[in-house]
Design a protein around this ligand. Structure first.
Ligand code: ATR
Length: 277
């Protein structure tokens, strides 16, 4: 890629961000489509977020991804939100439209597509969601939109209750710790999704292994093979890690920015061959 005077800039804001695979994925897509653009990572400390967002306009950065810990705090600096981002209360994609900053959330859609491409539909399915943080909010929004029945467990009960309150008339229920260890209840689920950070840096399980049945599809938003996914595979479950969601949220972001169809397989290959973890 040759950086010229005409090269348009895309970026990700996060903290930390050096581990991000998004630059590899989006630069590969720009290269493949011969788009004169580059994508770089900016480590933005929380107290500098406001200034960083103002710089988007000043420097004419065309599009951004926003990642941890800025997905929620960035909202107040944007000009407009998509209905999805508004309900979820978090933004992972910004489009700079002639100085107007539009916020989107492609995480939930990305999650659904990572299941769809494996031949799994969530419509009419009972889905147990572990966690009620930012990632969970995006996943729950899309699950409900696609017609799933959602059951939420969270270590901190109040956060699960707050999420449920947002969707009063929708099929969404609280799961208590007792229910989470009930064989009959867990056995009645079709899909189990871990959105917590349990298993990210430790060898912990967010749900007991013996409750997993071969009928379950078990998903983890974490990109690597967690103990949950390993255990689920041993129990005969179909398992899906977070790499598909990472790919597809990026595909949808790319299409929002460029208006062009994203080269999905090129982006998938770039993610696979990016050695930074
Ligand atoms: P993200 O944006 O990745 O979802 P987050 O908003 O900080 O991050 O949410 C983290 C989620 O992981 C929360 O559901 C959190 O549970 P609490 O609300 O009780 O904090 C969950 N989580 C993190 N560490 C956990 C642990 N050791 N055991 C159980 N849940 C944990």
């Amino acid at each position: 890629m040759i950086i010229k005077g005409t090269t348009q800039v895309y970026a990700i804001f996060g903290h930390p961000v050096s581990h991000s695979k998004s630059p590899a994925m989006h630069n590969a897509a720009f290269r493949h489509l011969a788009i004169d653009a580059c994508y770089i990572a900016f480590d933005v400390e929380p107290h500098m977020l406001k200034e960083a967002v103002y710089a988007i306009r000043a420097l004419n950065i065309k599009g951004l991804n926003i990642t941890i810990p800025h997905k929620e705090s960035v909202l107040e600096y944007l000009d407009q939100l998509s209905p999805e981002a508004e309900v979820i209360g978090a933004v992972n994609t910004i489009k700079n439209q002639e100085g107007s900053l539009l916020g989107f959330n492609t995480d939930g859609r990305g999650f659904i597509q990572s299941l769809t491409e494996r031949g799994i539909s969530v419509c009419g399915k009972k889905v147990l969601v572990l966690g009620a943080g930012g990632a969970s909010k995006a996943v729950v929004y899309s699950l409900l939109k696609e017609g799933a029945e959602v059951f939420i467990y969270n270590r901190t009960l109040d956060k699960a209750l707050a999420l449920i309150r947002q969707y009063q008339s929708r099929p969404i229920e609280l799961v208590t710790a007792d229910r989470l260890s009930d064989k009959g209840f867990v056995g009645s689920m079709d899909i189990v999704v871990n959105t917590t950070s349990v298993g990210l840096q430790d060898n912990e399980m967010p749900i007991a292994k013996e409750l997993l049945l071969s009928k379950h599809v078990v998903c983890d938003l974490i990109y690597h093979q967690t103990l949950l996914l390993k255990s689920a595979a041993e129990r005969g479950c179909v398992t899906i890690d977070g790499s598909g969601m990472l790919l597809w949220q990026g595909v949808y972001a790319f299409e929002i920015w460029t208006g062009q169809k994203a080269p999905v397989e090129v982006m998938r290959e770039a993610l696979l061959s990016d050695s930074v973890t």
